[in-house]
Ligand binder design. Structure first.
Ligand code: GDD
Ligand code: MN
Length: 388
């Protein structure tokens, strides 16, 4: 690039501006997005390695931190004071690797965008090569792959390796078969790929690459570079068994999200489990404790609501999970909203029944209206205010 292009003269902003000699730097060519949660101990090392491997290329690194209790964001800002290539986006009351990556990308302007983990498990030395490949112009995205010839999953235990292979098979419905590592969290793409997919991205869970491939309207032209998945440098992995649930939700959102919001689906699945809890508790009250029916029904209802609330908080609203005092407040609003939902259910069911329809369609109509009410109201009342 011509160095003169780095400097936009002041006159081009204001008609009567006095020209200055202060250097104006153009935006970077490459933005590297790094999602972080409790990664304080890895920040300096990662920045150091990026500085070394990217040399005098034009780049920036954007850490997207979900308000880590260990103060990752503060540390990133300390680095940013000394080096303007380092930036920080801090999100409050939110969690999620994919959504963090998307918001990080949207906070940049670079024509090339990379995503890499902060814990140094991905091989940052591939970044310059990824950039060179994209610059050649015949690929949209370059993926770091653990499964391409020459790649390696490193020291994974058998369970994690099995889980990864299973997830990979599931993803085949959405991504091309030739992509050897659709679960990869390490890749670089042209900005046009973001522009073309961003309005359709589900941004659920961990698998941002699968999401991008499934959301882009045309098949993406991709290349893969093998690398060895390294051992996490410091801190702990955030991947847990609920990540699998998130992944299934991502796949469902991609397949049926156009018609049914997946959160509603998740909410309904949890609701159905709640019915089982209700009957179990009711049976216990009636047969085990010999309580009266109304008392048993009341206890069972409260237990089922509490169960639904707790499970929805962990699964359906994992990204906005309530904790501590907010958990209690959330519980109260959930029970209140669902009690009104119960009344609505009864009202609708008895009206439909009164119109001469059978018990089954009447009950179904009542349940549907109650579920939609509960979903809508608790979304706003219980979790919608999670940030406050
Ligand atoms: N902002 C934000 N919010 N960052 C998060 C969150 C979150 O809720 N959860 C995890 N991260 C960050 C971590 O701090 C880390 O930098 C990165 O995302 C990866 O998290 P790990 O917990 O280290 O995941 P992993 O090593 O088990 O799996 C990773 O690598 C795999 C292979 O590429 C992930 O990137 C997987 O998606 C990927 O398949
Ligand atoms: Mn990791």
């Amino acid at each position: 690039m011509n160095p003169a292009e780095h400097h936009r003269p002041l006159e081009t902003y204001f008609d009567n501006a006095i020209p200055t000699q202060a250097p104006v730097r153009s935006g970077p060519e490459l933005s590297i997005i790094v999602p972080t949660f409790n990664e304080r101990e890895n920040i300096a090392e990662l920045i150091g390695r990026l500085v070394v491997c990217l040399g005098d290329r034009s780049w920036e690194v954007v850490f997207v931190d979900d308000d880590s209790p260990d103060g990752t964001a503060d540390l990133v800002r300390e680095h940013a004071v000394a080096d303007s290539r380092v930036r920080c986006v801090q999100r409050i009351g939110r969690r999620g690797l994919s959504s963090a990556c998307v918001e990080g990308m949207l906070a940049t302007t670079a024509p090339y965008l990379a995503v890499i983990d902060s814990d140094l498990q991905h091989d940052e030395r591939l970044l310059p090569q990824m950039l060179d490949i994209l610059r050649q112009g015949d690929s949209d995205i370059v993926v770091g792959s653990r499964y391409a010839p020459g790649g390696d999953i490193g020291d994974w235990d058998a369970r994690r390796a099995r889980m990864s292979r299973f997830a990979m098979r599931l993803s085949r419905v959405l991504v091309p078969a030739e992509l050897t590592d659709p679960m990869s969290g390490f890749f670089m793409m042209r900005r046009s790929v973001l522009d073309g997919s961003v309005h359709r991205l589900s941004a659920i869970g961990f698998k941002i690459l699968t999401d991008v491939f499934a959301s882009f309207p045309q098949p993406l032209r991709f290349k893969e570079l093998p690398y060895r998945f390294r051992v996490r440098r410091a801190g702990q992995s955030k991947l847990d068994s609920v990540t699998v649930w998130d992944y299934v939700m991502l796949l469902l959102d991609k397949m049926i999200g156009r018609w049914i919001p997946v959160r509603f689906l998740a909410f309904s699945i949890v609701g159905a489990m709640g019915v089982a809890v209700h009957f179990a508790v009711l049976t216990l009250c009636l047969q085990g404790l010999h309580s009266g029916f109304v008392a048993g029904q009341a206890v069972a209802t409260l237990c089922a609501m509490t169960f639904n609330y707790a499970v929805n908080n962990v699964l359906t609203y994992r990204d906005m999970r309530l904790r501590g005092l907010r958990w209690l407040r959330g519980w109260a609003s959930f029970v209140l909203a669902c009690s009104i939902g119960g009344i609505a259910n009864l009202g609708v069911a008895s009206t439909v029944y009164g119109l001469g329809h059978g018990w089954f369609p009447s009950a179904f109509a009542g349940i549907l209206v109650g579920a939609v009410w509960n979903y809508g109201v608790t979304m706003m009342l219980t979790w919608g205010r999670a940030r406050k």
